[in-house]
Design a protein around this ligand. Structure first.
Ligand code: HEC
Length: 173
């Protein structure tokens, strides 16, 4: 009898767990529905080409340079933190495409999303390394980031930039 009661209670608990899991699932679904239907998001008003040069490349270089620097001061760590956050956020922007002629087609490709996710994960790892002041982890995160740049460029990047936007010297100051 005792065993049965315990079993019944166990089942009830299990039932509750299932019920709350489905509630959470429904709530999650509602949130994503609300996001897609009820909110007018600000469209990306610049191109992949421009974002690559002015945002992605710029932020990534700060991470790579810090990963291989002799030593890093507190201020240097803050600079890397700033650029890791920029790279994390640019992952979402890049995933959405932009105003360039080819951007929408690229953003529709599953491989585009995979490479963008890898870049974002690398940037998240860089931010975690900053929190720990762990330069070797920062270097590893830089490696992940390089893989994502190279992998995506091999798959998608045309020989010359679609909008002719390349490194303008003053971006590098
Ligand atoms: C999801 C795919 C993707 C990822 C990830 C990506 N790129 Fe790009 N990148 C492109 C594409 C596509 C272009 C060409 C855009 C165009 O010409 O319209 C480009 C262009 C560029 C350009 C400008 C063109 C040139 O020839 O100089 C630079 C610089 C650049 N990427 C740097 C990077 C760096 C650095 C990273 C990694 C931190 C990176 N990209 C990650 C797809 C990607």
């Amino acid at each position: 009898m005792k065993l049965l009661r315990t079993k019944a209670r166990g089942l009830r608990v299990l039932g509750l767990a299932f019920a709350s899991a489905s509630l959470i699932a429904i709530a999650g679904w509602r949130v994503s529905q609300a996001q897609s239907d009820d909110v007018d998001y600000v469209p990306v008003a610049t191109s992949i080409n421009a974002m690559m040069v002015a945002l992605v490349d710029h932020a990534a270089h700060e991470i790579w340079e810090a990963g291989s620097a002799q030593s890093l001061t507190g201020r240097d760590w803050q600079t890397v933190e700033q650029h890791a956050i920029q790279l994390i956020a640019s992952g979402t922007l890049v995933s959405l495409g932009g105003t360039g002629v080819a951007d929408e087609g690229w953003a529709m490709a599953p491989a585009w999303q995979d490479w963008t996710q890898e870049m974002t994960d690398g940037a998240i790892a860089a931010l975690a390394a900053v929190e720990d002041h762990d330069q070797s982890a920062l270097n590893d995160a830089g490696g992940m980031i390089v893989n994502s740049c190279e992998g995506c460029h091999e798959a998608f990047k045309p020989d010359s930039p679609t909008e002719g936007i390349m490194h303008i010297p003053h971006y590098e100051d």
